[in-house]
Unconditional design. Structure first.
Length: 184
């Protein structure tokens, strides 16, 4: 009989954990050991999914990820990533590693940081290049890339250039989220 997962890894345990990072790390160790010892990694992933469901996690498998990302009923949710993941071979992986996180979805309006769960504030990516206004002065070459903001790559001379984009920034850890513009 194969051992299941301990109730210490239940959904309720994750929701009430004083040290969430430590709990995630312990579950990652247990699942990594199972993957490394498995004779058939694909079957072991199915067993892990079944064991997680038994202890309250509503998870599904998709390639190298086990999560309930498509079911918005539970938030935050368990995210298990398995690497390396190979969908062709069934040989055990001695170097398999499993990562575990318990994190919130990124809703339309982000209220808390997905990394440390602290408050986030509205900020802005703002690029302003003041043109020099002279037809005789040489132009300055500028290169600017930022996801979600129109690129700028070329000379700036007479005219000024400005780019803006709203972001959310964590007040504790400084993580920033560049969210897509709201859908109409």
């Amino acid at each position: 009989m194969r051992p299941g997962l301990d109730a210490a890894f239940s959904r309720a345990s994750f929701e009430s954990a004083a040290d969430l990072q430590a709990l995630c790390a312990r579950l990652a160790e247990v699942l990594t050991a199972r993957m490394r010892a498995a004779k058939n990694r694909h079957m072991e992933i199915e067993w892990i999914v079944a064991d997680l469901r038994k202890i309250g996690h509503n998870v599904k498998r998709w390639e190298g990820v086990i999560a309930n990302w498509d079911d918005g009923r539970e938030d935050p949710f368990l995210w298990v990533s398995i690497a390396p993941y190979d969908s062709v071979e069934d040989e055990p992986l001695d170097d398999a590693s499993v990562g575990v996180s318990f994190r919130p979805r990124v809703p339309g309006v982000v209220l808390n940081c997905p990394f440390c769960w602290s408050e986030m504030e509205d900020r802005e990516i703002h690029l302003r290049i003041q043109g020099h206004g002279s037809v005789d002065a040489p132009a300055v070459s500028v290169h600017f890339e930022c996801p979600g903001v129109r690129d700028l790559d070329g000379p700036i001379g007479i005219a000024s250039v400005e780019r803006r984009r709203n972001v959310r920034v964590c007040t504790a850890c400084g993580a920033g989220l560049l969210l897509p513009p709201p859908r109409a």
